[in-house]
Every structure is written in structure tokens, then in C-alpha cells.
Design a protein around this ligand. Sequence first.
Ligand code: NDP
Length: 445
Amino acid sequence: SRRDPEQREFLQAVEEVLMCLEPVLAKKPEYASVIERMCEPERLIVFRVPWIDDAGNVQINRGFRVQFNSAIGPFKGGLRFHPSVNVSIIKFLGFEQCFKNALTTLPMGGGKGGSDFDPDGKSDNEGGSDFDPDGKSDNEVMRFCQSFMLELARHIGPQTDVPAGDIGVGAREIGYLYGMYKRVQNEFTGTLTGKAIEWGGSNIRPEATGYGAVYFGLEILKEQNDTIKGKRCMVSGSGNVAQYAAKKLIELGAVVLTMSDSTGYVYEPNGFTEAQIDQIMEIKNKTRTTLAAYKSETGQYVAGERCWNAPCNADIALPCATQNEVEYEDAVKLVSKGVKLVLEGANMPTTNDGINFLHSKGCVLAPAKACNAGGVAVSGLEMAQNATMTTWSPEDVDDRLKSIMVDIHAAASAAAKEYGVPLQAGANIAGFEKIARAMIAQGCV
Ligand code: NDP
């Protein structure tokens, strides 16, 4: 905090990890020597991204890539395009990514990047000559992605740093980014993951984060001699992670009561049907508008509120939208609704006082680092397929994803038992110890 007092989200993420390490350092004091280094990224790149909008005006955005820690493998982590992106957000995401990637059992270091560009939003000088009431055109998104990659390309590579998608970076953006990378480097390698299946992507990558979060939940329920069938679930978000978490929950017989976006939420008192989730996917992925467009005779859209306000009881909450969407007051609401398990699909969705409150009420929190690691795990599998020029079947990738989520849960749960701490702390400890061992072995670099 002395170095970066203004980086609120980054400090929050660091605090959450450090609070869990006290018992580890008491037992293994040699790890203390790497903690400060672990909080300092190996490299932070900030760059100008100029692009020309449809009206012919020059627009400027800021691009970022943080290469946080390469002790256990090449830097790996997504790109986020959202107006809120700044150094603090990118560093919090990069820091978290190191521990998450360590938990996946695959050889991947931690990184993250992005820009304050908004692919869905209106152009910056609203009302000016470039005002576009429908948001950015495909051509504008392409020109932005090409300019962004022109600079990023010199910092990444299949053995160096392998970006992927995140908020605002889906299949369309990965396509434009990869096209420019290939043109600049004159190579067809697996330097980006989340590619389409026809040109080097992996089966099950779009589904992986949402499915993985549900698979992680199954392990927790199994430990409690319980199952997912009939469980009432509140899902927030309606993007990539939320969509596939909802689909898997419905497939397994759970009841999905809510979905949300940045404008409000939809509540389906009897639970969404698969067709209703498909309608949401059409709205968010194809027409790219808001949940206000959702049509249903059974449910309703509520503008301007978080979905935790929906008038229902529930067993499980799955925050799958963004950071700090479960604040203390939201945690209180969830407990009062009967929620006993929180599966974090988004990164750092729960504030630290929210986490403490949930724990104080006996709620189990499956932390993002472990619970949403399925996405980067399948990205790791995409890298393996690219390196060996093969494509594994959807069933094969899904089986590998399941077994990775089982292993992550086992590692987090074992650390939690060893140190007598909650699962959330166990995940931090298991990820930390793996990186700490590697850093100590590699000396002061
Ligand atoms: P998408 O862009 O596909 O979807 C994001 C969803 O969250 C949208 O519904 C969006 O609403 C909503 N949202 C975003 N920002 C805000 C905000 N500030 N306030 C309220 N709602 C917001 O992103 P993903 O589904 O890929 O990512 C969701 C979360 O999961 C993020 O935290 C991401 O870091 C994390 N994650 C994603 C992985 C992946 O594989 N995609 C892997 C691991 C973690 P709207 O459409 O209105 O903007």
C-alpha cells in the first residue's frame, strides 16, 4: 500500500491473500522471503491505442498488459475490454491469476491485460459527430482490436505470454486480435486461447468457466453428502460465465432463478428453462442489447437493481458478473434468503467484509481462484492441443475439465484441513505454496 495507495482493487486482492497466509508463515517461515516479490509484477506494460471510428475521427484508448509471475510457466491470463479498466483492475486480476493458474495443475504463470475500450458501448464523445446510439460497429471493434494487437504482439508469444478473453472480449474480439497477431508475427501458433474451433480453438472452451464452477460446487456438495438436484440458485451476470453456469445447473436438475446484466436483473420464479437461457444468449451474444429485451410470460425484468434483491429464497448464489458485486449488505441478504453456498464465477465478486460475514454464518464460499479456474484450465488444454497439432473431442476435454476441478477442490480442501481454515483460505494457501516453492528454487530473480 506504500507503493500504490490508490490501487483499491489491487490492494483488496492482496489483502485477501495475505490474511490467509499467517498460519503458513508460522509453520514455514522460509516462505516470507518471496511474499513481497510476489506482490510486485515482473513487468507492467501501458500503451496508447489509437483507432479511427466510423465517422473518421481518431479515438484514443489505453492498453495494458501485466506480466505478473512466470515462476511456474509462461504468463497466462485474459484481456478485459471495459470502460472501468485501469492499472488497479488489471493488477488485481493479474495477481489473482497467478494463484488460480497454480491451482490448475498446469504449467502456467499469471498475467492479465485489457483496455478501457467498451466494445458494446457508445463512442466516447456522446452527442458529438461520432455518436452512435447502437454502440460500436463491428468495423470499429475490429480497428480497435487491430491497433491494440499491433503493440501487444511484441510482448507475447506461445512460450512467453498467452492472452485469452474476459469481460468484453469474446469470440469476435479474439478473432480480430488473432488475425492481426498472425499477420504481424507471420506465424500460426497458440499465442491466444479462446480461438474458434476451426482455427485452433479447443472444444468446451466457451463452456469451461461456467461448467467448471458448477463441477466445483458438486465436489463441495459431495463432501456434505448432498447433491445439486432441486437446489435453488441465484446467478448474476448474463455473459459467458453466467450463461454456461446456468445451462449446466439446469442440465443437472437445479433451479436457476435469476440472471442479470449491468442494467438490472430477470427473475423467473419457477426457474429458467433451457429455451429461456437461449433467449438470453441471443440477446447478449447476437443482438448485443440489454436484458430489458427479455420476453417471458412467467418472469419479470427489474431495472437498476442487483439480482440479490429478487423476492425469493435460495440455496446457492453464483456471482458471475464482475468484482465487488456481493458487498456486505448483499451477503446479509443472501444469508437471510437461506443461501449456504456461494460459488464465485466472477473474479473477486465478494468484498472482504462480505467474505467474513458469510463465513461467520457458516456459509461455504468457493473462491474465484479455485471455482472459476476451469476457463484458464481449458485454455491450458488449448495450448497443449496447439503445441501437438491435435484437437480433442468435446467429451475428452469435458472429462479433463471435470478431473481438474476435482483436483483443485482436493488441493484447496486439503490445505484448509491442514491449517484449520475455510476452503477460501485453503485455495489461497495451496496456490501460494506452489509458486513460493518455485520462486525459492529459482533464486532471487
Ligand atoms: P462477459 O463480458 O461475457 O459478461 C459479463 C457480464 O457481467 C455481463 O452480463 C455484464 O453486463 C456484467 N457486468 C460486467 N461489468 C459489470 C458491472 N460493472 N456491473 C454490473 N454488471 C456487469 O464476461 P465473462 O462472463 O467472461 O466474465 C464474467 C466474470 O467472470 C468476470 O469477473 C471475469 O473476470 C470472470 N472470469 C471469466 C472467465 C472466462 O473464461 N470468460 C474465466 C475466469 C473468470 P453487460 O452485458 O450489461 O455489460
